[in-house]
Design a protein around this ligand. Structure first.
Ligand SMILES: Nc1ncnc2c1ncn2[C@@H]1O[C@H](COP(=O)(O)OP(=O)(O)O)[C@@H](O)[C@H]1O
Ligand SMILES: [Mg+2]
Length: 150
């Protein structure tokens, strides 16, 4: 069982609010890191990544799209390269090697964010952080729970 030493809880009430939280998260989650991004379909996972990409100076928020079919999107920031993955469609651990995940994770300037990463034990084992997004009490409200190790 993985032991996280740090925890943070955040709340947003709009899509733009989630983008803003993504921006602040880049201060907390610095490369190199492998981050598991959890939450149901429509939770706001990709929206959160928009803010992270923008804060790293890698692209505008509106240029970030879901890697559901392409599997890996790369955004080159000033100091950090953010790799945004969605492994929802993958079924076997072997396929992670096929998309080059472990080479990405080994790079010192890489912030690797994996939507649906919790599906794979190998990703969970190597993860440096997890972000869990859940629906709040009211519509458009989202709760973020972040666990990481320094
Ligand atoms: N607070 C919020 N944060 C993020 N998205 C929100 C929020 N409230 C409503 N939404 C809507 O929920 C959807 C989130 O989509 P997306 O980020 O692609 O989710 P996921 O990647 O988790 O499937 C968008 O249609 C967005 O407009
Ligand atoms: Mg998504």
């Amino acid at each position: 069982m993985k032991v996280w030493t740090r925890e943070k809880r955040l709340r947003t009430r709009s899509e733009n609010g989630t983008i803003a939280l993504g921006e602040t998260l880049t201060e907390l989650l610095r490369a190199p890191k492998l981050v598991v991004l959890r939450g149901e379909l429509g939770a706001g996972k990709t929206t959160l990544v928009k803010g992270m990409v923008a804060a790293l100076g890698a692209a505008n928020a509106n240029e970030v799209t879901s890697p559901t079919f392409t599997l890996v999107h790369e955004y080159k920031g000033r100091k950090t390269r953010l790799f945004h993955l969605d492994v929802y469609r993958l079924e076997a651990e072997r396929e992670l090697e096929g998309i080059g995940l472990w080479e990405l994770v080994d790079q010192s300037d890489a912030l690797v964010i994996v939507e649906w990463g919790e599906k794979f034990a190998s990703i969970v084992e190597r993860a440096d952080a997890e972000i869990i997004i859940t629906q709040g009490e009211v519509e458009n409200e989202r709760l973020l729970l972040i666990h990481w190790r320094d």
